[in-house]
Write a protein that binds this ligand. Structure first.
Ligand SMILES: *Cc1c(COP(=O)(O)O)cnc(C)c1O
Length: 369
């Protein structure tokens, strides 16, 4: 945890001295140790409750004999497969140790002291962390109905704005921007400003008007689209994600990329997972069903929630979220308090399997009385 009594804080880079670290979901093993139970339910980190494709597991097994060797630092095969999937050249692909790694590379390349990083209130926590760590100024646009207010964001652009971050859909709020709205915003932004569209949850989105911004790359050389294998593909632990951009942008990102940032098991698993479209279809169905189960439960309890197109939903528990979170932990349920996102009375719940969702709803009924 950050604290002001740290004797070395005066030696740290100025952005780091005031940085609040990312707060991850509590690991199952930790809660079970604390409570002495073995049947906790973790709906806290937007992980895939189905696990991952068996083809990915087989691919990992196939790599085990070679773990003494460094992985392919260029990620040749995965980059080619991703380029094919998106109809782009492999020179447009930047591999990351999770897409957070790509977000961090973007900050290191395009931000720094004297530059401004622009994003929305309630936006994904990695944008401020990566931006502040390199010493840039944070500009936070007010949200509208918990979502991005693109007009408000446009008004906050200055000659120092260097990167604009947009998660579509956003985490932790789950709301999304339509095609016309997002595209006209990107069009309105100077090509001297990098626009990041973070599509971590794209596989789950079923709305007709939801845009795949990677289709716009040829129109906007300043656009970077990020994707991940952590969510629908169920490979969160392996840490693999990627950025898609103009080759000149990818060239700069790859200059700061750690040479072996994606390990050989992650490279192989991601490639195998891409091919298992059946698994993704099941993940989407499970998510759709679980979302309606939770929404029905919240409706019955008279709780309001932010309509979400992701694999999670953020619900207003009408009292201190962190307190309700503690009470739910005692019932063996791990969810995510989002007070640090400016949502003190909300909890973010990841969509689980039917039994997990039911456990959580029961625990919420008990805790909220
Ligand atoms: C989960 C998430 C990511 C990706 O995380 P990685 O595991 O690092 O790929 C990126 N952006 C958003 C908005 C997310 O919720």
């Amino acid at each position: 945890m950050s604290n002001n009594h740290n004797q070395f804080v005066k030696l740290a880079a100025s952005g780091v001295a005031n940085l609040n670290p990312y707060v991850p979901g509590k690991p199952v093993s930790e809660l079970e140790r604390e409570l002495g139970i073995t049947n906790s339910v973790k709906l806290a980190s937007n992980e895939n409750p189905l696990g991952c494709s068996p083809k990915a597991i087989a691919a990992i097994n196939g790599e085990l004999g070679e773990i003494a060797r460094y992985p392919d630092g260029g990620g040749y095969e995965l980059r080619n497969a991703l380029a094919n999937k998106h109809g782009l050249s492999s020179s447009c692909v930047t591999l990351g140790n999770g897409s957070n790694d790509v977000l961090d590379m973007i900050a290191r390349v395009f931000l720094g002291p004297g530059k401004e990083s622009l994003f929305s209130q309630h936006a994904f926590a990695v944008y401020p962390i990566s931006s502040q760590a390199v010493g840039s100024d944070l500009k936070i646009a007010p949200a509208k109905d918990y979502g991005h207010d693109l007009d408000a964001m446009a008004k906050m652009i200055t000659e120092r704005t260097s990167v604009i971050w947009i998660a579509n859909p956003n985490n932790p709020t789950g709301n999304w921007l339509g095609s016309r709205e997002l595209r006209s915003f990107v069009e309105s932004v100077s090509s001297e400003i990098i626009v990041v569209v973070d599509e971590a949850y794209i596989e789950y989105v079923e709305e007709d008007d939801y845009p795949d911004a990677s289709k716009w790359l040829s129109d906007f050389p300043n656009l970077i689209v990020t994707r991940t294998f952590s969510k629908a593909y169920g490979l969160a632990s392996l840490r693999v994600g990627y950025g898609l951009s103009h080759p000149d942008v990818a060239d700069l990102l790859n200059r700061v990329r750690q040479p072996f940032n994606v390990n050989s098991m992650a490279l192989a698993a991601a490639r195998a997972a891409m091919e298992d479209t059946d698994f993704i279809r099941r993940a989407i169905e499970t998510n759709r069903d679980g979302m309606s189960q939770l929404v029905q439960g919240f409706d019955q309890m008279g709780l309001e929630y932010i309509p979400s197109v992701g694999n999670f939903i953020t619900v207003d528990v009408q009292r201190s979220g962190p307190e309700v979170d503690q009470a739910l932990l005692r019932e063996g349920c791990i969810v995510r308090p989002v007070a640090n996102y400016g949502l003190p009375n909300h909890l973010r719940v990841s969509i689980g399997l039917p039994g997990e969702n039911a456990r959580l709803l029961d625990a919420m009924k008990k805790v909220l009385g």
